[in-house]
Ligand binder design. Structure first.
Ligand code: EPU
Length: 431
């Protein structure tokens, strides 16, 4: 049997919805929990990527307990293994953020290449360059990465990132903290999830200087050893989930109140939704109201690192574009081939042309229910959103991807009035 999501559309949605804790803030914080003996994490989402990270954490010698369904107690003393050759490592991209804890304990490490969504090539060359700046030599084979000490870690480290990579910025921060080296990260990424990691690490006595205009982060690590006492940290809300509900509200909201994320960090995505003509009103510092309009204007958007429009919301924006008046263009400069959702949306009647790293979406188009397959987290969400505005029955397969990053997605949608169900379906076996 195989789990699928079925939607009987079209649906108009109304009501209040609160985002869960952020996947992309949580995963690096689990890796950073190897810096402290004890920590209590609050606002933890129940998603598969969290379970994968916890399994790796445990394999490294850590322990964890669910104190309630959103609170995790984590304990760690020292990495007990220099190798991470586990299937979970290949399942989640953030697994590579455990390397600093291993290098700190053993001066060498062997790890499967990290996985995660496979919508684009996801090399680890920036991570390797960071390890090398800290005095290690890396060698890459087909499936794993070996890292060995080649010289002393210098007293100061300067990292120049070729692209403002989220994971590489987090990696540099963790290496600087473990090895207690003053570090400058040029062309750093500034996604709010990175700010959450810095906030977590700050409580260990590490200081940061964040020069946004120069795209520079300076890390001044604590000279003393890690604190032994327990501390408590609340993971921020999920930025991408917030945008997901706002786009849904713009498509079919009678009035949807989305809450649980600082609106000041959503300037560009909310501006884009506003430009379509959808009614969007900021109600408080973490809440917006969204209502659809009869006519939605076309969009022209480039997905870039924060504070620009996020690549993670690009598949959702593509669905919104199917209902816009005229030709919309969406360019993804972060993951130039993250377009697996497009072929599936076409099965529902969307008129999308992919050229290089850009999409042209002709609208407005009436979407019709169909059987579609999702290949990654955000593609799953976009196909479900499409199913909600489509006429008839939509079956979305591959929803294990959805569960990697979204908590209670179908349940939350039902609370807004959507006709959506998770069902078991028999798998066809072909000889
Ligand atoms: N890149 C390299 N070499 C590297 C690292 C990155 O060429 O060593 C390239 C990537 O191929 C990509 C660009 O740099 O073209 C940016 O990638 P980045 O490193 O920023 O992405 P990431 O850290 O692997 C995180 C999120 C992704 C999100 C991206 C971009 C986590 C666990 N993952 O990935 O989230 O799309 O940043 O914002 O934080 C998702 O949530 O659905 C998701 C995929």
């Amino acid at each position: 049997m195989n789990e699928v999501i079925k939607i009987f559309g079209p649906n108009r949605l109304k009501g209040d919805i609160r985002v869960s804790g952020s996947k992309n803030a949580l995963l690096p914080i689990i890796a950073a929990s190897t810096l402290v003996d004890e920590v209590k994490l609050q606002n933890v989402p129940n998603i598969t990527d969290c379970y994968f990270m916890l399994s790796i954490f445990r394999e490294l010698g850590g322990n964890f307990t669910w104190l309630d369904n959103q609170t995790l107690g984590l304990g760690f003393s020292k990495a007990k293994s220099d190798t991470l050759l586990l299937p979970y490592v290949t399942a989640v991209r953030a697994s590579i953020l455990f390397v600093p804890a291993i290098l700190f304990a053993f001066d060498h490490c062997k790890i499967f290449l990290p996985g995660g969504d496979s919508f684009s090539p996801r090399p680890v060359n920036y991570h390797m360059a960071i390890f090398e700046e800290f005095g290690f030599k890396c060698s890459l084979s087909k499936n794993y990465l070996s890292i060995n000490r080649s010289r002393r870690t210098p007293n100061r480290v300067t990292i120049n990132l070729p692209f403002a990579s989220v994971g590489a910025t987090q990696q540099a921060i963790l290496m600087a903290t473990f090895f207690r080296v003053n570090t400058e990260i040029f062309n750093a990424a500034f996604e709010p999830e990175i700010l959450d990691l810095m906030k977590f690490i700050k409580s260990l006595g590490v200081k940061f200087q964040v020069l946004f205009s120069r795209k520079l982060i300076r890390v001044f690590p604590a000279k003393r050893s890690k604190p032994r006492k327990s501390h408590i940290f609340k993971v921020q809300g999920d930025r991408i989930e917030f945008i997901t509900w706002c786009i849904l509200g713009a498509l079919c909201g009678d009035l949807v109140r989305v809450t649980g994320y600082p609106v000041k960090w959503l300037k560009r995505p909310l501006e884009v939704i506003h430009e379509t003509g959808a009614r969007i009103k900021v109600e408080s510092k973490d809440t917006v109201l969204v209502k659809t309009q009869r006519r939605i204007k076309r969009v022209s958007v480039e997905c870039k690192p924060y504070p620009d429009f996020p690549t993670d919301a690009q598949p959702l924006l593509a669905v919104l574009a199917t209902q816009c008046d005229g030709n919309s263009t969406i360019t993804d400069t972060v993951f130039p081939s993250r377009f697996s959702h497009c072929e599936e949306l076409k099965k529902m009647g969307a008129q999308i042309t992919v050229k290089g790293n850009s999409l042209t979406v002709k609208g407005p188009t009436k979407l019709l229910g169909a059987s579609v397959l999702s290949h990654d987290i955000r593609a799953s969400a976009s196909l479900i959103v499409a199913g909600i505005i489509a006429e008839g029955e939509t079956t979305v397969d591959g929803i294990h991807h959805l569960k990697r990053g979204y908590e209670k997605f179908d349940e939350k949608l039902r609370s807004l009035g959507a006709n959506i169900f998770t069902m078991e379906q028999e798998v066809d076996h072909f000889c």
